[in-house]
Design a protein. Structure first.
Length: 212
């Protein structure tokens, strides 16, 4: 059984698949309490479904792209079984994970977005640095940035672990807390080969919290 927060169909607002329709499977429960978390409601279990029930709901949307997010999806003990079933049905799978749980055994076909926490989150001490050894060139490491201190810390991490050579790097401003213009200036002034990412879903539906 899987602890479910919500399952819905929407436009992906982040990652290199931003703008594409996806089925979203938001699993309930998280081991972190980030200060600026925008999905606190996902800590509550709304339903408990078997893999068969999840597949029934997902397949009803008639689309082959699925985003598995949370909470923290990798806390669910049978998550690899779900991955394997989805792969069997040829789904394009994107996984959002918070950087505190090992990605070592995630099937290579899955596109991972690893959200590495920075000091403003108050959860940066929980990060599992060894995940940088398992990240693929096709994956993404996302840094959510609140202020200049976060930015400089992200730059230090990128340099220390040579992350730009390992994978795609994304810088995203905390929504409504740091202006995209200011973050853009920092990126340009430091000549960083990273991608600036805005949360498209919050631009499209600024007043809606769930189901987008």
């Amino acid at each position: 059984m899987f602890n479910i927060s919500e399952i819905f169909y929407s436009i992906s607002g982040e990652s290199r698949y931003s703008g594409y329709p996806f089925v979203f499977l938001r699993l309930a429960g998280c081991n972190l309490k980030c200060k600026w978390c925008d999905t606190k409601y996902s800590s509550k279990i709304e339903n408990q479904y078997t893999v068969a029930k999840i597949m029934e709901i997902i397949q009803s949307y008639k689309i082959n792209k699925i985003l598995i997010t949370g909470g923290e999806p990798l806390l669910q003990k049978d998550i690899c079984h779900l991955f394997n079933v989805l792969l069997k049905y040829n789904y394009l799978i994107m996984l959002e994970t918070n950087g505190s749980v090992s990605i070592k055994n995630i099937p290579k076909e899955i596109h991972i977005v690893l959200d590495h926490k920075l000091p403003s989150s108050k959860m940066d001490g929980k990060m599992l640095i060894e995940n940088f050894n398992y990240i693929k060139k096709s994956d993404e490491i996302k840094f959510v940035i609140l202020n200049k201190f976060d930015f400089l810390k992200a730059v230090d991490i990128i340099d220390k672990y040579d992350l730009i050579k390992k994978t795609h790097i994304v810088f995203s401003p905390v929504n409504l807390k740091l202006s995209p213009q200011k973050l853009s200036e920092w990126i340009l002034n430091n000549k960083l080969n990273v991608r600036l990412q805005l949360q498209l879903h919050k631009i499209l539906w600024p007043d809606i919290e769930k189901g987008v």
